[in-house]
Design a protein around this ligand. Structure first.
Ligand SMILES: Nc1nc2c(ncn2[C@@H]2O[C@H](COP(=O)(O)OP(=O)(O)OP(=O)(O)O)[C@@H](O)[C@H]2O)c(=O)[nH]1
Ligand SMILES: [Mg+2]
Ligand SMILES: [Zn+2]
Ligand SMILES: [Zn+2]
Length: 361
């Protein structure tokens, strides 16, 4: 079953639903244009409007609720807000930085997809917060500050696939990815006060540090049980004690720490087959393997909770960096990021969002 699209657009700054009355044009002649209020009555879905005062055509839109500018062309494609959750140090920022880099530089081409940052803020933030550290300084990313309001990365993804009867069919979506400081997941009150976007998310990716699994053979770092508590809190927040309807990906990060302890034939060792299709067999194999491992590592809450409270969830294991960083924060493996299976959660979500097809076995 495909998840129905819950709502078409959410403001990527304040996360309120963008009804027509909540979107207005901004005159392209601002600030010189003396008065562009007449633009308020123009239809935002038309794509452009002419300012009654200065006569310029504008395509700029803003959210009337928070006054934030909407990314160029934001309303042209359905928006999907994917929120990252997980305790401090679980690997959210590293994951977001590497996933975006992979999408822009490698995965986009593999999926026959064009991926474009929607605004300058996205380009700057991606570079300043993530890419500069990982790919230029070859170092881990800094910890996300607690008072960091968390600007989202907004990209438009477009694919031309084969529709029925072999006809070319364009499928596009605006992907809004949001990273925040792990401290905000530490209590119910904090989540409610500090993470207004969670309730508006179209999918949630909960990251789990393998060091938090009481019985996992990983030394140092984690706090046993912590990731399970965050997952419980997030699901409770999203579902209000009932079912969570949006897709939830539960992702073990830092899988490189686990590799030496996995059986040789484990599906976690190899990567998915490359190509622009969602591989359901591979997905089922990894999911089943992780269920068994979580039981062995005494944290089967990570499977039992979503099994009970989610209409749709999957278990993943990724290594974002491919190896543990050195003690001084320099990347291992000669300073190179070697991601393993990082795209798996996204491939699943793109399939669920109707942008990817599944492999037909
Ligand atoms: N071994 C290994 N370590 C990783 C990997 N990814 C991240 N780490 C380590 O985990 C640390 C924390 O990662 P972050 O991405 O900053 O974690 P975060 O969830 O954003 O943390 P907060 O910003 O505090 O919420 C990094 O500094 C790395 O040392 C990985 O793929 N493998
Ligand atoms: Mg962070
Ligand atoms: Zn807004
Ligand atoms: Zn004007």
């Amino acid at each position: 079953m495909r998840t129905p699209w819950r709502r078409a657009w959410v403001c990527p700054r304040c996360f309120r639903t963008l009804t027509r009355g909540r979107i207005t044009y901004v005159c392209a002649g601002r600030p010189a244009c003396p008065d562009d209020r007449a633009l308020a009555s123009a239809d935002p879905r038309a794509g452009s409007a002419v300012c009654g005062t200065c006569g310029r055509t504008t395509t700029r839109l803003r959210c009337a609720a928070c006054d934030g500018r909407l990314p160029e062309g934001y309303l042209r494609t359905p928006g999907r807000l994917v929120a990252l959750a997980g305790p401090v140090g679980s690997g959210k920022s590293t994951y977001l930085g590497v996933l975006t880099h992979e999408l822009l530089h490698r995965l986009g081409a593999e999926l026959d997809a064009a991926l474009l940052p929607c605004d300058d803020t996205t380009i700057l933030d991606h570079h300043e917060r993530y890419a500069r550290h990982l790919y230029e300084e070859r170092h881990t990313v800094p910890k996300t500050a607690e008072d960091d309001a968390g600007r989202p990365l907004v990209h438009r993804l477009r694919r031309v696939g084969r529709g029925r009867f072999g006809r070319a069919r364009e499928r596009a979506l605006t992907l809004v990815l949001l990273d925040t400081a792990g401290e905000h997941f530490s209590s119910r009150e904090r989540m409610e006060a500090r993470l207004p976007h969670l309730a508006a998310a179209d999918a949630v990716v909960v990251l789990v540090d393998p060091g938090d699994l009481p019985g996992a053979p990983v030394r140092g770092g984690g706090v046993p049980g912590r990731s399970g508590e965050v997952l419980a809190r997030v699901l409770d927040h999203l579902g209000g004690g009932g079912k969570v309807t949006v897709p939830v990906a539960v992702v073990l990060t830092k899988a490189d720490l686990l590799w030496p302890h996995l059986p040789e034939h484990s599906p976690l060792h190899h990567a998915r087959r490359p190509g622009p299709l969602f591989d359901a067999d591979d997905r089922a194999a990894v999911h089943a393997e992780l269920r068994a491992l979580l039981r062995r590592w005494q944290e089967d809450r990570l499977d039992a909770l979503p099994a009970r409270f989610c209409a749709d969830y999957q278990l993943f294991a990724v290594s974002t960096l491919g190896a543990a960083p050195r003690r001084d924060g320099g990347l291992g493996l000669g300073g190179v990021v070697c991601p393993h299976r990082v795209e798996d959660p996204l491939m699943w979500l793109l399939y669920r969002f109707g942008v990817l097809d599944r492999e037909r076995g």
